[in-house]
Design a protein around this ligand. Structure first.
Ligand SMILES: *Cc1c(COP(=O)(O)O)cnc(C)c1O
Length: 412
């Protein structure tokens, strides 16, 4: 039993979250992840559907960019891997947790993305959490974008290197912070940035970042979770799209978004970087090996995104994104410019975002409100994400629902 004092403190915090309209609730999906999903969450807190029939809603909030989360080829590959390699590993990699498919997947990722080697983690959160501390020490410096993902921030906290932060996408501030790191006598400097900033769908300014890195002899790490598989002509991510392939020293990304959406993360880099991470990276050394079906299906996912079918899915995804952006903008919504399939609809107020999300849901459109602390205070929004699995008609249905609800709530 917790001490009553602590129970009371936790209760007070929960009540604060609730009364500020910041409580995040989880919907219960009763079938597979897809462009449209069955939901039955009349009593989400119990974890049990309450006997009401499921409702079917169009899903605009999964990271299922290429529609691979329930793709028959990946399901078949996962089943084959279970048959051949079993269900779980029950071991970290270095004791008895490395199967041929783990090394195959690492080598395939490295070759595809243009690096010497790759190392797998249970999630990209772990890849980022275990990246900085083994490579950099107190004589070094990390210069980090202010809007980087929580896992990069945590990874940097675990490392002894000096920390410098630049305003999101602000290249003159990046230059100033690189200068400050140099002046502080840093031996090695690493610039850390998301390839795509997930709350806005903004891309890192990689060409300028690469030029500054050259000028200051700094290294670059990019976290490409919202890009791997679908940005760039071959789906190799932000660097491919922006013409910076070969200029990014270290790449981290996930298998849990466009690449099938199950689980797993990885880091790509030079042989020395990957070899040292295998020796020293704590989430790798002290955490279980990726399950065989995930490794097997991820190998298939790379095949798929590198094939003509991958091109077709990317074309569909970006056609959907431009249709949705154009429709919302024409209706009068505030939508930041861009091409990325992350399309935020800016509202400002957290409760308005919650209410709009609830009303959209009633009209069969599943799109979630984001607010503090996930985004800065006063910038609440509904973040939508397009998928190649959506049809053009489904995108139109969503535009119509947003327009109706937006008018009703006085947003447009
Ligand atoms: C989703 C995400 C992660 C975490 O990836 P997981 O594999 O789900 O742990 C890390 N960084 C960024 C930028 C992300 O969007």
């Amino acid at each position: 039993m917790l001490k009553p004092d602590l129970q009371q403190q936790l209760e007070t915090t929960l009540e604060e979250i609730q009364s500020n309209g910041l409580l995040k609730e989880e919907r219960l999906i009763t079938g597979p992840q897809a462009a449209s999903v069955q939901v039955n969450d009349s009593d989400a807190s119990s974890g049990k559907p309450d006997g009401q029939p499921d409702v079917e809603v169009l899903n605009f909030c999964a990271n299922n960019y290429l529609g691979l989360a329930n793709h028959s080829d990946l399901i078949a590959a996962a089943k084959n891997a279970i048959d051949a390699f079993g269900y779980g590993m029950s071991s970290v990699r270095f004791i008895c947790g490395t199967q041929t498919i783990h090394r195959q997947l690492e080598q395939k990722l490295a070759t595809w993305l243009g690096y010497d080697d790759a190392i797998l983690y249970a999630a990209c959160f772990d890849a980022n959490g275990g990246l900085f501390e083994p490579l950099l020490s107190a004589e070094d410096a990390i210069v980090s974008d202010a809007l980087n993902h929580a896992s990069i921030i945590d990874g940097i906290r675990l490392c002894k290197a000096q920390r410098f932060r630049f305003a999101n996408g602000d290249m003159s501030d990046l230059r100033a912070q690189l200068q400050a790191a140099k002046s502080a006598g840093a031996r090695n400097i690493m610039i850390a940035t998301d390839g795509v900033f997930s709350m806005d769908g903004y891309l890192a300014k990689l060409p300028e970042i690469c030029d500054l890195a050259d000028q200051f002899e700094a290294m670059i790490m990019v976290d490409d979770c919202h890009a791997t598989g679908f940005l760039g002509a071959g789906g190799r991510g932000t660097a491919e799209l922006l013409g910076c392939q070969g200029r990014i020293d270290i790449l981290t990304s996930t298998l849990g978004k466009a690449m099938g959406g199950a689980m797993g993360g990885f880091t790509c880099g030079s042989q020395q970087v990957i070899d040292l991470l295998r020796q020293r990276s704590r989430p790798y050394l002290f955490s279980n090996s990726l399950a065989p079906p995930l490794a097997g299906a991820s190998i298939e996912a790379i095949e798929l995104v590198s094939s003509p079918e991958g091109d077709r899915l990317r074309n569909q995804l970006f056609a959907n994104a431009s249709q949705f952006r154009a429709g919302l903008t024409a209706a009068g919504f505030v939508v930041p410019e861009g091409q990325h399939p992350i399309i935020p609809v800016m509202l400002g107020d957290a409760e308005l975002a919650q209410q709009m999300s609830a009303e959209l849901f009633q009209r069969g459109v599943y799109a979630v409100g984001f607010f503090f602390p996930v985004v800065p205070n006063g910038t609440a929004r509904i973040r939508t994400q397009m998928s190649a699995a959506h049809s053009s008609e489904q995108v139109d249905t969503a535009i119509a629902a947003f327009t109706d609800v937006g008018k009703r709530l006085g947003v447009i």
